[in-house]
Design a protein around this ligand. Sequence first.
Ligand code: NAP
Length: 235
Amino acid sequence: MTALVTGANKGIGLEIAAGLARLGYRVGVGARDDDRREVAVTKLRQAGGDVFGVRLDVSSDESVAAAMLSLGDEVDHLDAVVNNAGISGPTAAGALQDPLDVPFSVIRADVETNVLGAMRVINGALPLLQRSPSPRIVNVSTDMASLALRTGPIMAAYAPSKTMLNAMTVQYARRFEGTGILVNAVCPGFTASDFTGHSGDRTPEQGAAIAIRYATLPDDGPTGAFYDDNGIVPW
Ligand code: NAP
């Protein structure tokens, strides 16, 4: 079994890679920084994981194209792609992105990484996914993206970018209907990582569990839905 995890050098992504490796997957550790990627690969190998590094900046067409070529040297198919790489962009006091004054450049950057980044990786990895008998795609989202829940601080760049990622998850699920490719969005919960200034109440390993579950779904598993550890998250 083989997988690619983006943004896997730290935080939740590192633990998704570690968890998949523990399940016996050969895991591509996607990371944009060479040193941070090598440190993560070494750590995962020391824990017994069959992993390899993939230089991957999801915000760059060129980087994703090169990553897909290098992936083809390491694996002949992909059973799972986990789009974990994400940014919130700068916030003001109280972790706010006020829709009245958030710079459009921040919104553009969030969409570039959180939405288009995932799309670049899915589209680039599709030939390798199609060679798997049971391909799975997981988009790491957040319950802050839920239009129904309206949870967390007002974040007019980050939250809507993940709402769009959720919407794109549904578009992909429709596009892949009948192909065996299952694609879902998941929320890791409020997790202690660099992302949250380590203020979350869950460990990265706990946050990783939902992505691992949906990356390893059985063939009769769901597609085009949004889950956290408690089940369906309302859109
Ligand atoms: P994190 O510790 O900040 O890790 C984010 C990862 O994404 C890092 O590896 C980072 O790489 C990578 N990344 C960012 N931009 C990238 C790019 N352009 N190309 C490739 N990699 C890139 O955050 P985390 O808490 O683990 O978050 C992981 C995911 O969970 C994110 O999608 C986030 O939105 C989501 N999430 C987190 C929480 C939470 O409470 N932590 C809650 C809900 C959802 P660098 O090290 O190079 O920056």
